[in-house]
Design a protein around this ligand. Structure first.
Ligand code: PMT
Length: 222
């Protein structure tokens, strides 16, 4: 079976972590390296699609043929994704977006002081939730990074975020999740079915996600 033909289609992929600024020298982030999202972007280019890669700060080079948009914070990622959303046929949200950011971000370096220090956090916007809310014909694919109750949390996310598919990975398992060249994922779909995949390279996982996206797109246009 060959890869899907997405020529004339626009695929928006988010990748990497976000950085939430505390002051000019400090920030809050997570372990995402961008490998999973960049692998999807590289595979997506091979389908003939127009590929927009919205990336947080990572050390990877954008694959040839994609249009990269570089962002730092969850808020910037939100703005970038929203501006590409209307025209998109498929959106794949691989990025590990911060759920919280410092309530105050100082524009000078905060001096250290004796004793304990606290940082008050506030919620960032939930990009996936918003995309689900305003969805028209886009195929919306989210990820779920979990450490326990994977199936239950992934299925909840699928419905709550109005996504068409959730790619769940147990980030505690060896060979899965952050930083590795492989991943172990289960794809949860809206009809209640799921596909449990063995350990695969992130590129092979990417190709599988795109295969499933093409089936979802076909259902949509039926
Ligand atoms: O980059 P790598 O090192 O290759 O690692 C890959 C990965 C572990 C980052 C990737 O496989 C993965 O699981 N990505 C999703 C990480 C994540 O933030 O999961 P979550 O369960 O917290 O979020 C669920 C979904 O909501 C995700 O699609 C996320 O992009 C989205 N989200 C989350 C928070 C937020 N404020 N807005 C969002 O849109």
């Amino acid at each position: 079976k060959g890869r899907p033909d997405f020529s004339g289609k626009k695929i928006v992929i988010t990748a990497g972590p976000t950085r939430e600024k505390i002051d000019p020298v400090r920030y809050i982030t997570n372990h995402s390296t961008g490998k999973m999202g960049y692998a999807i972007a590289e595979e997506a280019v091979k389908t003939g699609a127009d590929v927009i890669l919205i990336s947080g700060p990572v050390s990877l080079k954008a694959p040839t043929g994609v249009k990269p948009i570089y962002v730092e914070s969850a808020e910037e990622m939100y703005q970038a994704v929203l501006s590409e959303y209307e025209e998109a046929d498929i959106v794949i949200k691989t990025a590990a977006v911060a759920d919280y950011r410092p309530k105050v971000s100082f524009d000078y370096k905060v001096k250290k002081q004796p004793g304990e220090q606290q940082i008050e956090l506030e919620r960032t916007k939930d990009i996936l939730l918003e995309l689900g809310r305003i969805k028209q014909n886009q195929i919306l694919i989210g990820f779920a990074a979990e450490t326990d109750h994977i199936a239950e949390y992934a299925q909840k996310k699928l419905l709550k975020k109005n996504a068409d598919m959730i790619v769940a990975n147990n980030v505690k398992t060896e060979g899965a999740g952050f930083g590795t060249d492989t991943n172990i994922v289960t794809l949860f779909k809206r009809d209640g079915t799921f596909i449990e995949l063995p350990i695969m390279t992130k590129h092979a996982v990417a190709a599988k996600i795109l295969d499933e996206a093409s089936l979802l797109l076909r259902d949509e246009t039926k």
